[in-house]
Write a protein that binds this ligand. Sequence first.
Ligand SMILES: [Cu+2]
Length: 165
Amino acid sequence: MNRRSLILSAVAAIALSGAVLTTVPSVVMAGDADGFVAHDPYLRSSTPSSKSGAAFLELTNNSGQDDRLVGARSPLEGMIELHTHEQDANGVMRMREIEGGVVIPAGETHKFMRGGDHLMFMGMTAPLEQGQEIAVTLIFEKAGEVEIIVPVDQDRKPDHGSMSN
Ligand SMILES: [Cu+2]
């Protein structure tokens, strides 16, 4: 609850700044040249009945200015945190929340990928269904809210730099 209220107050702060939420949030599909382009998004859970999952995508900033992804939400129960993986002192890879959001400079692409940064879905109350399409709202510091569609793909294998399915 604590983290959730923190995120909600962050969103409220953005709204109060007047930068966003004064209009209907823009819906940006892959290929929109003027905002953020989400390439190949997908969401999966580690086991079919898991109450948490992770979403991966490549996010390109075509907005013309540096920006920062500060949060995300979806209609699913629970919440979404921005996570990354890092090695602890014992050499074990662990997930942790990214403090302060993810900076994406103008014209650059940030990869949310297996073993790296990801959108962590926590506290889900129903299992993800293969092929289900989730409307995920990405919240940017400057661009405001951008909705993308993220399909559930439980079968997706990690990419290893090659272009394959
Ligand atoms: Cu995570």
